[in-house]
Design a protein around this ligand. Structure first.
Ligand code: NG1
Ligand code: ZN
Length: 544
């Protein structure tokens, strides 16, 4: 067929280095940008097939999120704006790793297994982050789409969640919103301004927020959006990409893992600050107290703030909807206790990776999901949205209806397709404004257990196999026993290890009653991983 000839020909311009083997990881392919040209071309092909199969628009986002500037990556987006279904992640890996001469066989295999009609139309939306490699890599995706006769729309520079949003808007014929960047700003800013417009006497200080754009796409988009929201929020933007390097000494991942403020940011005592990651799908908040101590408000604190707010509104509105919070093993133990014991909310724990959290959250009327690193959102079931809408349209008592209006605007402000730093920032700002809360009061809802995250290099991280939502290891032999005995040495302690899906490392997490204990436990567990799971290089060094 002519289409296949076209694929073979165009593939020669995006050749696969022989022997290179990459996996579709926690959030797509990610590697040094120099290894990815063929991957991008092939993901263009795969997205076209997925579009033909689903008869819907599919998204392809070129980004490596919080990774360093030299890396890049690609994420596929399914019709409702969610991450691509796991069965197709397997196809993605097969297609990516087929040697040049086997590419057509791999492609035909997918077509056959999925019963795809090649005559079907295909539409693919493509977006990219600000990395220097993103322009040519997104061109490779577009080449892949056209090689299989698909139509594409290139959104150029957008945040990951913006592209997810566009895909959802397109496939719901505009019911979710208008599939343009302007449509996104309008929907979110209207909801935000409606939520905050009735809040009396907000001072300029209360409206002020320091934002660290990680020198990435989020900074560009905040600049574009600023004018729409300035009545309710005044932003001081740092790391806007004009000077510093992407994700270097800044951004949500740096702040969360290092537990300190970005290098080039001016923070006054008690001032609310937040950091985005490199593709603006994560956010964390922080402030510095009068003693100069740094306080982090991570995904767990965000989930607590949002779920508490929603639960109160549901009570006021008299709506009987089931609300749950979905976390991963990285959630701070204090947050889980607070949510279960004080807030009496259902809490679920899933494996790392937003697709797992998203899936679990779909089981509830309202599912609030956040990874501790600040990636998360809220899902409302169709039934929940309808009940809220009915109440908004009704003539019930003022209090019930006012609560329903707040819920309705909250639904509109949230990007339900995926975690979204801009949308999450606006919802947090709206909640703090409505409740008249300072960042210190929010922080004081519960106190985090001190914790530490470390990385260990091993020769093959796949030797580590986990169970129970990654909270326990089943291999290599002896590792879980070793962790259990180390944990017993400390009060309120917990520790687990798992292979990273985005970096070639094993991640170690430890928490305990004091920072010294958490650090010591993390060190000891790292050493156990190094010894029992084939560590490479020097033994992990003790933290100072
Ligand atoms: P890995 O590298 O699999 O731990 C990291 C994050 C995930 C998720 C992905 C995708 C941690 C501990 N892990 O995955 O939560 O966000 O990146 O960005 O933060
Ligand atoms: Zn990201």
């Amino acid at each position: 067929m002519a289409q296949f000839q076209e694929v073979t020909q165009k593939s020669m311009q995006h050749p696969k280095p022989k022997g290179l083997d990459l996996q579709y990881g926690t959030a797509g392919f990610r590697d040094n940008a120099q290894h990815l040209d063929h991957i991008m071309f092939r993901m263009g092909l795969l997205a076209t097939l997925r579009s033909k199969k689903t008869k819907a628009t599919i998204g392809v986002m070129v980004t490596a999120s919080h990774n360093p500037e030299e890396d890049n990556g690609v994420k596929l987006i399914d019709p409702m704006g969610e991450m691509v279904t796991p069965a197709w992640e397997v196809y993605a890996t097969q297609l990516a790793n087929a040697e040049e001469e086997d590419l057509l066989t791999a492609l035909k295999d997918i077509i056959e297994r999925e019963g795809i009609n090649l005559a079907e139309e295909a539409n693919v939306f493509v977006g990219k982050d600000t990395r220097s490699s993103s322009a040519s890599l997104s061109q490779a995706v577009l080449d892949g789409v056209s090689a299989l006769g698909g139509h594409s729309k290139d959104y150029g520079l957008v945040t990951t969640p913006q592209l997810h949003y566009m895909v959802c808007c397109q496939n719901t014929q505009g019911r979710y919103g208008e599939a343009t960047v302007e449509g996104y700003y309008n929907k979110l800013s209207q909801a935000f301004l409606q939520l905050t417009s009735d809040v009396p006497n907000r001072t300029d200080d209360q409206k002020h927020l320091v934002v660290d754009g990680a020198n990435g796409i989020g900074a560009l988009k905040i600049r574009e959006m600023e004018g729409h929201i300035k009545k309710g929020l005044q932003i001081s933007l740092f790391n806007d990409g004009t000077g510093g390097k992407l994700n270097y000494q800044c951004g949500a991942d740096f702040v969360k893992v290092q537990q300190k403020a970005p290098a080039d940011i001016k923070m006054n005592v008690g001032e609310r600050c937040c950091s985005f990651d490199g593709d603006a799908d994560r956010i964390v908040y922080y402030y510095s107290d009068t003693e100069g101590r740094f306080h982090l408000l991570d995904g767990d604190k965000i989930a607590t703030l949002i779920s508490t707010f929603l639960k109160e509104l549901l009570t006021q509105a008299g709506l009987n909807l089931k609300i749950a919070v979905v976390q991963t093993a990285y959630a701070n133990g204090s947050s889980t206790h607070y949510l279960e014991d004080t807030m009496k909310v259902i809490v679920r724990c899933t494996k790392t990776g937003v697709k797992h959290l998203h899936h679990a959250a779909q089981e509830f009327d309202i599912g609030v999901y956040f990874e501790a690193n600040g990636h998360g959102t809220v899902l409302f079931s169709k039934a929940a949205e309808e009940k809220i809408q009915q109440l908004v349209d009704s003539s019930s008592s003022d209090e019930r209806r006012s609560a329903a209006i707040l819920l309705h605007n909250t639904v509109n402000l949230i990007n339900q397709t995926v975690g979204d730093a801009i949308s999450d920032m606006l919802i947090i700002e709206a909640i703090l404004a409505i409740k008249g809360m300072t960042v210190q009061q929010w922080d004081a809802i519960y106190t985090d257990l001190p914790n530490r995250q470390l990385k260990v290099k091993v020769s093959d991280r796949r030797v580590i196999d986990t169970t129970d939502a990654e909270r326990r290891t089943v291999s290599p032999a002896g590792l879980q026993g070793a962790i259990d005995s180390l944990v017993k040495k400390y009060r309120k302690a917990r520790s687990f290890v798992r292979p990273s899906g985005t970096e070639d490392v094993v991640r170690v997490y430890a928490e305990a009653e004091t920072q010294e204990s958490a650090d010591a436990l993390a060190n000891e567990v790292s050493l156990a991983v190094y010894r029992l799971a084939g560590g490479v290089g020097d033994e992990p060094k003790l933290l100072q």
